[in-house]
Design a protein around this ligand. Sequence first.
Ligand code: ATP
Length: 305
Amino acid sequence: MSTSSLAGVGFGSDPGSGAGSPSAAGPGSGCEIRLHDVVLGYRRRAVLGGVDGVDLVVSAGEILTVVGPSGCGKSTLLRGLAGLLPTLRGRISVGGVPVTGPGSDRAMVFQDDALLPWLDVRRNIEFPLAVRQVPRAERKARAEEWITRVGLDGFDRHLPGRLSGGMRQRVQLARALIGAPPVVLMDEPFGALDPATRAAMRALLVDVWRQGGPTVVFVTHDVDEALEIGDRVIVLGRAGIDTVIPVQRPRDATASREGQRARVLTALMNSAGAPAMPVVAADAEDLTAAAATAATATNPTEVAS
Ligand SMILES: Nc1ncnc2c1ncn2[C@@H]1O[C@H](COP(=O)(O)OP(=O)(O)OP(=O)(O)O)[C@@H](O)[C@H]1O
């Protein structure tokens, strides 16, 4: 694991220290995120598409979910927010402070495994607290609470190499949330989980958020997941943010959910390069398979200077 990845798990002062419970962050603890005319890319070349001139405000305490075709720049956007990738143009700020690198105000759950292979489950989870020099007994107690919350009782002494992919994702989730950071950036965090565990981890995230938790930016390919947990869903396409869909409440209102689902699926298909189709013609069930194909389609758009 690289140093930059390590830094992304959130270091520095401990916003959760002394709170007693890792989720007791208190209402309104999330920070506003602002992006103005942001261009991101690699080796000084912009990634064309979703991260070319992004203007976006994520309100404090909001859950923003991000969907889009493969390669449109969703992970790149998260890396920019985490401070792991400098902006080529424009400004990103969190809580009014410009992002110039990784910081303790932002924790990230990576798409790929980002655990420390030489530390067992408990020590991986308590790692952000250890860096902040939280007393050993407190961090052990908090880590044990999180081990239970993510369903890993009995695995606290296991090294990551002895865990399944889904178990490692749950360790990452616990490590991101244990310090109650104001901002959590999640890159397909539940992709390796079975459906039941995935539903449980979604519920856990929403539970943490309801208790006054963080601002969350959550990337997923699962439209239902995006609608279930998001306050807004954005669809990234090849020309930036294609569509922004506020999620109406209550979230279990089936009629409005179907309409929102159809809008997201239609936007996904259009952003993946399929022939444009009107939203009114969309039937959610029929669109699902086509949108799944669109969401994983290879992006022919590569980098440009
Ligand atoms: N380290 C890198 N160096 C150079 N180019 C990169 C790098 N990482 C990603 N890219 C390019 O940036 C573009 C966006 O990639 P990114 O991983 O952000 O897409 P994504 O939307 O998250 O895709 P997926 O849904 O498949 O995870 C792609 O064209 C990709 O090839």
